[in-house]
Design a protein around this ligand. Structure first.
Ligand code: SAM
Length: 241
């Protein structure tokens, strides 16, 4: 029955209704590939490369959430991972598939919302570069639960998101508290997180492996890095008897 709240999903739907549709925003975002968007060049995140080179990421199955045109999924596929990668934007997924064909890499790219996925203990790593900070606060609840279920025990969750203090440099100046988002009916282009807020949201159910500012990388560098972002890596604890 329309506009009747019986389930948690009905409540989520009501909260979503006050905001622009993510699909409508992201679909045209990738139409012009020549725009100077920092994450359009086909370079992996510097932290992902560092984790592979340090032997923290050893191969296996990877899930990338909000993969855009696939730069990190492709890097993982070239470094020992069988990769499933999803994004809301058909245009981004078409671009990612072209890149995979050019690089002769086999990645399962698919246009789907992360909220349609229900993997069960399948992945060694789940990776999110810049997706969570575009989700509404209530959407984090099913999102983090899904990631936790998706990982094998001992599996890793890597995530980059906005840090505060970078207004005018492509990032948010301030951290909005979650209630403000609903009062103002906007995320002002993406939410920034303090270290304390990230730990509060993720230390249960995960263990923190790494949390640091991303290293700055220039246009000539082979990797992507912007200090407006946090780099974070979390482990799903091993099951205990
Ligand atoms: C800032 S972009 C980052 C893209 C890519 N991870 C990268 O770093 O190159 C965020 C991406 O998240 C995707 N996204 C946002 N909400 C999503 C959802 N509910 N399901 C799947 N993808 C989503 C957008 O379409 C967009 O491509």
């Amino acid at each position: 029955m329309e506009k009747t709240i019986k389930s948690v999903q009905d409540l989520y739907d009501m909260l979503d209704a006050d905001f622009r549709s993510a699909k409508q925003f992201w679909e045209p975002f990738y139409e012009n590939r020549d725009r100077p968007i920092p994450f359009f060049p086909n370079k992996p995140d510097e932290n992902l490369v560092a984790d592979v080179e340090a032997g923290r990421l050893k191969g296996g199955r990877a899930l990338e959430l909000g993969c855009g045109p696939g730069r990190n999924a492709l890097y993982l596929a070239g470094h020992g991972y069988q990769v499933d990668a999803y994004d809301l934007s058909e245009t981004a997924i078409a671009w990612a598939k072209e890149r995979a064909a050019e690089e002769q890499l086999d990645v399962h790219f698919e246009c789907r919302s992360v909220f349609e996925l229900a993997p069960e203990q399948e992945y060694d790593i789940v990776y999110d570069s810049g997706c969570l900070h575009h989700l509404l606060p209530h959407q984090r609840i099913p999102y983090i639960e899904m990631i936790h279920r998706a990982l094998k025990p001992g599996g890793l969750f890597g995530m980059t998101c906005f840090a505060p203090g970078f207004g005018g440099q492509g990032g948010p100046e301030h951290v909005m508290n979650d209630w403000e988002v609903y009062r103002e009916k906007t995320m002002r282009g993406g939410l920034a997180f303090t270290e304390e807020k990230l730990r509060y949201l993720l230390e249960e159910p995960f263990e923190c492996v790494e949390l640091r500012p991303m290293k700055a990388m220039g246009q000539e560098d082979p990797y992507f890095g912007l200090p407006i972002l946090w780099v974070t890596l979390w482990r799903k604890p091993e099951e205990r008897d």
